[in-house]
Design a protein around this ligand. Structure first.
Ligand SMILES: [Zn+2]
Length: 239
């Protein structure tokens, strides 16, 4: 019996070495294939957005609720919640974050511009332009009379915003799994009147029951923020 047990142990060890040799080698190979310079960069610079100034513009607010969907919440509320999730992620990565509004009050509310949408938009772009921001990201929810339409789209106006729009769109789709409606040139006031690379993200359709329900939930807003964050990090890492 003792001899049999020893033979069994020996066979077990041989099998172990065979498989560790078989599978261990390619793993080591893969590890060694990682360029040393990039491995060093990602571990040393724990703050991929260090020194960047980022303006987040949660669309609408105050007397302007934005689109009011089939769900429980307004566009203004949804995008403000996403912005509040996004802000600490960007700050953790080293960025200075400026929000064009922090509450459900639009920037120009209470001034002579009150209730004038253009005045609110001018206040948003002037906040961005005065801040010396590297990028401007405006967050919105979409609307269509055809309630079956759903998905995510990102807009730029000047060509300097294309790469940022593409990065955010790609990362956001990957994170929230929404339908990819693409990156487009859009003649939006906040894009036209900002001097830095600027993007307007339409996260989803508040006119679509399923997306309106998702956008009303904190976990989905948080996933949205993660997607936008990843897109911003990608953008600066490839610049
Ligand atoms: Zn909007």
């Amino acid at each position: 019996m003792k001899l049999q047990a020893n033979i069994f142990t020996t066979i077990l060890m041989l099998v172990f070495f065979f498989f560790s040799g078989l599978f261990g080698q390619p793993h080591n190979q893969e590890y060694l294939d990682i360029p040393i310079s990039s491995a060093r960069t990602s571990s040393e610079s724990g703050q991929p957005l260090a020194g960047k100034i980022i303006v987040i513009d949660p669309g609408h607010g105050g007397s302007d609720p934005g689109t009011v969907g089939v769900g429980r919440t307004t566009e203004a509320d949804n995008v403000l919640a996403i912005a509040w999730d996004l802000k600490p992620m960007l700050e953790e990565a080293g960025a200075t974050v400026i929000m064009t509004r922090q509450t459900n009050v639009s920037p120009a509310e209470g001034t002579t511009y009150q209730r004038q949408i253009n005045g609110q938009l001018a206040a948003r772009t002037s906040i961005a332009n005065r801040s010396g921001a590297d990028i401007f990201v405006s967050i919105h929810n979409d609307w269509n009379d055809n309630r079956s339409i759903s998905g995510t789209s990102s807009y730029y106006f000047s060509s300097q915003g294309i790469a940022l729009a593409e990065s955010i769109q790609r990362a956001l789709i990957k994170q929230i799994g929404s339908k990819d409606l693409g990156v487009h040139r859009g003649n939006f006031y906040v894009l036209r009147n900002t001097t830095m690379p600027s993007v307007l993200v339409e996260v989803g359709f508040i006119s679509n029951k399923r997306e309106a329900d998702l956008l009303a939930q904190s976990w989905y807003r948080s996933e949205t923020a993660k997607g936008i964050y990843a897109g911003i990090v990608d953008y600066f890492s490839t610049k």
